[in-house]
Design a protein around this ligand. Structure first.
Ligand SMILES: Nc1nc2c(ncn2[C@@H]2O[C@H](COP(=O)(O)OP(=O)(O)OP(=O)(O)O)[C@@H](O)[C@H]2O)c(=O)[nH]1
Ligand SMILES: [Mg+2]
Length: 391
């Protein structure tokens, strides 16, 4: 599957940059393309300059709202981000479709941080523009949820997240949810932490996108997972995960001599990788709530067999009994059995529900505060008119 990846704001831009690196890796290691263009859109010139892999020209790093922001961002006011996106949406789309790789893409992936201003405000507006113009290509959003410390120190964080998520859910074919808090790692400086987090966010998409683009016979699995499977699976609130289990060299080397113990070991490794993928999902959710799911197993061809795939399917079906499950195998990895998993069409996501309820109560608090301020203002006005003016 080939995606047109468009990042909005700082967070979105950096993750789109990560996808550009994934594509470079796919070309270098496997001779295939998984991206039909990677773009970054921002109101902030400095943020665009910090990217490394997206082509540095104005056709790939797109500045919007120059007149309104002077190139300095929208300072977390996502309504302003949305307004700018409405004004400059056509410019963004015209720029993206000028890329020669654009026609090959199967779908769009738009990325943004929920809590900021530019990305949070513009992702749904541009998704809407794209959907109006390209009815035949699905539009997916990948939305990054804020760290806990951001939620506790800044009211706007929750409000922006709720409005961004609601708008994205209304317009996008699916919303991949990524919770920053789940990726927090100790003993790293913030910036290396962020780039680590971004790398881990993008990683599960690597095999998932590569599998359907393979041309060489030996890398095509018994059950190839292609763009059609992904499009059929991904809908509504969605989480993605990745897990791996090493396979020792000697085992691969002497694999002709496998006995029943090796076979049991294989399944165990498969289940272990699947457990890791589920416990490391991009967002905490309950598999019971998912209506559609997908898993892709990638391992050296010798390590893969129908029983393993079947066993993994049964395992997942027990966890997500209401889900239609699609699967595929991808005989590619060396020394590794890895699993990519998607849980989609989630009927409930606690974290998102909390953003919505907190925002509703925040709005009523703000209203009260506002009327309080108005009566105070009126109070001053009344006394003010009796004071003589020197003008
Ligand atoms: N995972 C990840 N999260 C990020 C990154 N940069 C920012 N964030 C998160 O994104 C949110 C802030 O959004 P930004 O992308 O910085 O904001 P913006 O869209 O540029 O909007 P303005 O700067 O207000 O114009 C916060 O919750 C950050 O924790 C990043 O590189 N990776
Ligand atoms: Mg910014």
């Amino acid at each position: 599957m080939k995606l047109v990846v468009i990042g909005f704001g700082q967070c979105g831009g950096r993750i789109a940059d990560e996808f550009a690196r994934l594509n470079r890796r796919a070309r270098g290691q496997r001779g295939i393309d998984i991206i039909g263009g990677a773009f970054a859109v921002n109101t902030d010139v400095a943020d665009l300059s910090g990217l490394t892999s997206i082509q540095p020209d104005y056709r790939h790093r797109i500045i919007i709202g120059g007149r309104k922001t002077g190139g300095h961002g929208v300072g977390k006011i996502n309504e302003l981000g949305a307004e700018i996106a409405r004004d400059d949406g056509d410019k963004v789309i015209d720029t993206i479709r000028a890329d020669k790789r654009f026609p090959e893409a199967d779908a769009f992936l738009l990325v943004a941080g929920a809590a900021g201003g530019t990305g949070s405000g513009s992702i749904a507006v541009i998704s809407q523009h794209i959907k109006e113009r390209y009815v035949d290509k699905p539009v997916y959003n990948l939305i990054v949820l804020p760290f806990e410390h951001e939620e506790s120190t800044e009211e706007r964080t929750i409000y922006n997240s709720a409005t961004c998520l609601k708008s994205a859910y209304l317009i996008a074919d699916a919303v991949f949810l990524v919770d920053n808090q789940r990726y927090v790692m100790k003993d790293s400086s913030i910036s290396s932490n962020m780039s680590n987090i971004n790398r881990i966010i993008a990683e599960p998409f690597y095999n998932l996108l590569c599998a359907g683009e393979e041309k060489k016979h030996k890398y095509i699995g018994a059950k190839m997972l292609d763009a059609g499977d992904i499009i059929q699976t991904v809908a509504g609130w969605t989480a993605i995960g990745y897990g791996k289990s090493p396979i020792s060299f000697t085992k691969q080397f002497f694999s002709r001599k496998r006995d029943f113990r090796d076979k049991a070991n294989e399944s165990q490794k498969g289940i272990q990788a699947m457990d890791e993928a589920i416990s490391g999902l991009s967002l905490k959710c309950n598999p019971l709530d998912s209506k559609r799911a997908l898993y892709l197993v990638s391992a050296p061809a010798k390590e893969m067999n129908v029983d393993l795939i079947k066993e993994l399917g049964t395992y997942l079906k027990n966890l997500a009994p209401d889900a239609i499950i699609r699967s595929g195998d991808y005989p590619r990895e060396k020394g590794l059995l890895d699993i990519t998993i998607i849980l989609s069409e989630l009927s409930d996501v606690e974290k998102i529900r909390n953003y919505f309820t907190k925002t509703i109560s925040l709005i009523s608090t703000l209203k009260k505060r506002h009327t309080g301020a108005e009566s105070k203002y009126k109070g001053i006005e009344i006394t003010l008119k009796d004071i003589p003016s020197l003008l």
